[in-house]
Design a protein around this ligand. Structure first.
Ligand SMILES: Nc1nc2c(ncn2[C@@H]2O[C@H](COP(=O)(O)OP(=O)(O)OP(=O)(O)O)[C@@H](O)[C@H]2O)c(=O)[nH]1
Ligand SMILES: [Mg+2]
Length: 206
């Protein structure tokens, strides 16, 4: 009896294969404080099944993890999120989401290596959880855009007020987003690409 016809097909799924036209791959990191929606953004925008390292939050984290404002959160990223999106036929972005909790930050050094740019996700109910990550990006000289993730009961602030609160120069783009929406998350990445292009053009001109 021949069983070969019922054997599962081996090899990558068609959506996992890089388009043959792709000529440039860029590493982008998605950072931000605890529970601001990093894993959600990578998951909603990735064209491959995203790799996640979610673990259930347990009693062990009580008193260690600052869950104020996100009490209903049941899982957290312990290593990283990984996804991929083709911006056009040629340009592919590899997305690396960081863990938000301080106790996993020792992994960060490696995650920034080779990154061309970053998205800082913020939750306006808890802006302070993203101060530290912004400082780290500035220290390392990684260009970034800020994406304000829309949570239902989050206060709405004019962009310029947010810029002041986050102490950001006028050149850093701030965009609104809904990390659960593929289109909105893609727009954030497009804003980052445009920003990186403008920085490259300024460097070339000088
Ligand atoms: N309303 C609303 N909820 C969101 C949005 N983005 C994420 N969430 C919810 O917020 C919670 C936290 O999202 P995560 O994506 O796990 O956040 P994270 O930044 O990866 O969290 P850590 O990895 O633990 O730091 C989840 O329950 C999401 O469903 C959003 O844009 N709007
Ligand atoms: Mg996460």
């Amino acid at each position: 009896m021949d069983f070969r016809s019922s054997e599962p097909t081996v090899g990558p799924r068609s959506e996992d294969v890089l388009p043959e036209t792709a000529t440039a791959a860029v590493k982008v990191v998605i950072v931000g404080g605890f529970g601001v929606g990093k894993t959600t953004l990578v998951g909603s925008v990735s064209e491959i099944r995203p790799l996640t390292t979610e673990e259930t939050m347990t009693q062990a984290g009580v008193g260690v993890d600052d869950t104020a404002g996100v009490e209903r959160k049941s899982t957290t990223t312990v290593a990283m999120d990984f996804g991929r999106i083709s911006i056009n036929d040629e340009l592919v972005l590899y997305l690396f989401g960081t863990p938000g909790q301080e106790r996993f930050w020792f992994l960060w050094r490696g995650l920034f290596e080779g990154a061309l740019g970053a998205v800082v996700l913020v939750d306006t109910r808890r802006l302070e959880v993203s101060f530290d990550v912004i400082g780290r990006l500035e220290e390392r000289g990684v260009p970034f855009v800020v994406a304000v993730n829309s949570f239902p009961d989050a206060p709405e602030h004019p962009i310029e007020e947010l810029r002041g609160a986050l102490d950001l120069p006028a050149s850093v783009p701030i965009v609104a987003c809904d990390a659960r929406s593929r289109a909105s998350s893609r727009d954030v990445l497009m804003a980052l690409m445009r920003y990186l292009q403008s920085l490259a053009a300024t460097t070339e001109a000088s």
